[in-house]
Design a protein around this ligand. Structure first.
Ligand code: DAH
Length: 340
């Protein structure tokens, strides 16, 4: 009787263990057949009740079944463990001979990009790129540019004064004077750089911004020469002709003085906060260098003359990329900067 039961138990166990399709099904089968309260354990209890002469024979059978089932269990368990390990190795495989990815490359600030483009353009036209101090003497920032202390033009620029009569330069124009002093005529130079004004900050005003000064001193320089260079500059930057207007301006260091405006590229001329609803943006004030400025810089105005311009680099960046708030440019926000 028990023999039949044992052989049925054995074949049920074999089929349960062999048919388990994953490690957890195998574990369930083990508990059911080989566990402490499983089928084999129960058969062991039945066996204890048998008379002595039958007990030995049945005991052998039970042991044989147990060994068989345990060996099947061990084999299948090893199979699942190997499969799990293989899958993990395949998933975590790593080629250690590949070069490391390294840091993500950054990009140049849009102001730097435009500055470098203009430096390339002007050097190709024979201009030198020169630099001047950001903390400037009153003489270079004002007097030598024909703006004496008593002149109302000093009020055109809200100035940060520094102790000792120095100023945070309010424009890049003082570099004109420094270049003329240093190199003399003939001279073709540009001077990009940072300038400072005591301004209330809003969408189009910052206390710190960038300009690019330009100057050409030679014999018989005319407004026509100036316009040629101004148009080359705008075409180079915008990659197309932009609508411009030239109107009389006033700057004490040039005579005649002009304001070269471009049609606002943010709103297309219909009016927006950047162009103060006028449709036009002052971008490129320019003119013929005032004889006093040449004289103050040690150049004879009877022999030499020239033109000068002061490009608003920050404003140019805003126009080119359609940036509607100047504060983005100084913000250092990577979500903004990553776009360039
Ligand atoms: N320095 C002037 C400013 O910041 C801009 C300027 C006007 C520069 C006319 C020039 C010029 O060289 O010719 O407002």
């Amino acid at each position: 009787m028990l023999e039949t039961a044992l052989s049925e138990l054995e074949s049920r166990g074999v089929s349960l263990l062999e048919s388990a399709h994953d490690a957890s099904a195998l574990e369930d089968a083990r508990v059911e057949i080989l566990g402490r309260k499983g089928a084999l354990a129960n058969a062991g209890k039945d066996l204890a009740k048998l008379p002595v002469e039958e007990k030995a024979k049945a005991g052998k059978l039970l042991n044989a079944a147990k060994q068989l089932l345990e060996s099947i269990y061990e084999r299948r368990k090893a199979e699942f463990e190997k499969a799990a390990l293989d899958a993990r190795l395949a998933a975590e495989w790593l080629d250690l001979t590949l070069p490391a990815p390294g840091p993500k490359p950054g990009s140049l600030h849009p102001l730097t990009q435009i500055q470098q483009e203009l430096e390339d353009l002007f050097t190709s036209l024979g201009f030198a790129v020169v630099d001047g101090p950001e903390v400037e003497t009153e003489w270079h920032n004002f007097d030598a540019l024909n703006i004496p202390a008593t002149h109302p033009a000093r009020d055109m620029q809200d100035t940060f004064w520094v102790e000792g009569g120095y100023v945070l330069r309010t424009h890049t124009s003082p570099v004109q004077v420094r270049a003329m002093e240093k190199f003399g005529p003939p001279l073709k130079m540009i001077a990009p750089g940072r300038v400072f004004r005591n301004e209330e900050v809003d969408a189009s005003h910052e206390h710190t911004f960038y300009q690019l000064e330009g100057m050409m001193i030679d014999r018989d320089v005319s407004v026509a020469h100036m316009l040629y260079f101004m148009k080359s500059l705008l075409k180079h930057i915008f990659g197309r002709e932009v609508t411009v207007r030239l109107r009389p301006g006033y700057f004490p260091f040039v005579e005649p003085a002009f304001e070269l405006d471009i049609q606002c590229l943010i709103c297309g001329g219909s009016g927006c906060p950047v162009c103060k609803q006028s449709g036009w943006v002052e971008l490129l004030p320019c003119g013929l260098v005032h004889p006093n400025v040449l004289r103050f810089s040690g150049i004879d105005p009877e022999e030499w003359n020239g033109f000068a311009f002061g490009l608003g680099l920050t404003r140019l960046v805003m126009m080119r990329y359609g940036i509607d708030d100047i504060r983005h440019l100084a913000g250092g926000d990577l979500r903004f900067l990553n776009q360039f």
